[in-house]
Write a protein that binds this ligand. Structure first.
Ligand SMILES: C[S@@+](CC[C@H](N)C(=O)[O-])C[C@H]1O[C@@H](n2cnc3c(N)ncnc32)[C@H](O)[C@@H]1O
Length: 259
């Protein structure tokens, strides 16, 4: 679908948001078609892993940036607040209140793009804030990490923050795309862990929802026009690296234009 979207637009500039190591992105085809391809991720080492042929390397720009604009500041506030209390209950309340107060930003590079690729990044935007807050809490209160992780106050605060980040991200993709451009937006709507039982059957404890609802279209509003829609299953086979547990994701993807 990304290649199909790329054929529907002028071959000027493309941007890949949350590109990671580009394992699922047809980067050779994109660098062949577009005059420039910007790869974004907040994880610099992921972007460094992306292999680009020497003759195309001048077309590829690496842009290390947090698409939410708020993660670093939130984590600094968490660190400061942990230094002000030795009561884990109070710390949970303070950190949750900090998460409640975060207003994610709309990301811009100051230019527009013929193709904006947002492949499986929407529901990941809050993960660094979530995981690092847990790690910071755990460094101060190692015995209470599970209590923090499971506390309704924290779970609801992080759920709300994730949803606000997603809303800002939809504004981001809308703001980045050129008027005749295309957005490729995909997401893992549901996922589950799969493992072999002693009888040799694949088992799962059940699927969990990864997005606000079970329809990616629920993130879209009247400004977007659906050019293409697809649904598929993405399987990560069990490997020894993952403890012989595989993963299965239900994915939905769109090619969008803007009105
Ligand atoms: C599930 S991976 C998808 C990678 C790639 N887009 C693909 O489809 O193969 C999500 C990527 O989004 C990046 N990411 C998550 N939150 C981000 C943020 N706030 N700002 C920038 N990148 C982010 C992660 O580092 C990771 O590389």
């Amino acid at each position: 679908m990304i290649q199909l979207a790329s054929e529907q637009v002028e071959p000027g500039a493309a941007i890949i948001l949350g590109a990671g190591p580009c394992q699922e992105i047809p980067l050779p085809a994109l660098t062949e078609r577009f005059a420039s391809v910007t790869l974004n991720d907040w994880n610099e080492s992921s972007l460094e892993q992306v292999a680009v042929s020497p003759e195309r390397s001048s077309k590829v720009l690496r842009l290390v940036a947090d698409l939410t604009g708020v993660t670093t500041q939130f984590l600094e506030q968490v660190t400061e607040s942990l230094a002000t209390t030795d009561d884990p209950e109070q710390a949970i309340e303070k950190i949750s209140a900090l998460a409640d107060a975060v207003t994610p930003q709309v990301f811009s590079t100051g230019q527009s793009y013929d193709l904006v690729v947002a492949s499986c990044v929407l529901c990941q935007l809050h993960l660094e804030a979530c995981n690092q807050a847990l790690a910071l809490f755990g460094a101060t209160f190692p015995q209470q990490v599970q209590q923090f992780r499971a506390s309704t106050r924290w779970v609801q605060a992080m759920y709300g923050l994730a949803r606000r980040m997603e809303r800002a991200f939809i504004e981001t993709v809308h703001g980045l795309v050129a008027s005749k451009g295309r957005i490729y937006l995909s997401e893992t709507i549901q996922g589950c862990f799969i493992h072999l039982n002693p009888e040799g059957h694949w088992m799962t404890d059940g699927m969990y929802r990864m997005t606000h609802t079970l329809e990616l279209s629920d993130y879209l509003d009247a400004r977007f026009h659906v050019e293409e829609f697809g649904k598929w299953v993405w399987v990560m086979p069990p490997s020894s690296e993952l403890g012989f547990v595989g993963r299965l994701y239900k994915v939905q993807g769109f090619i969008l234009s803007i009105k």
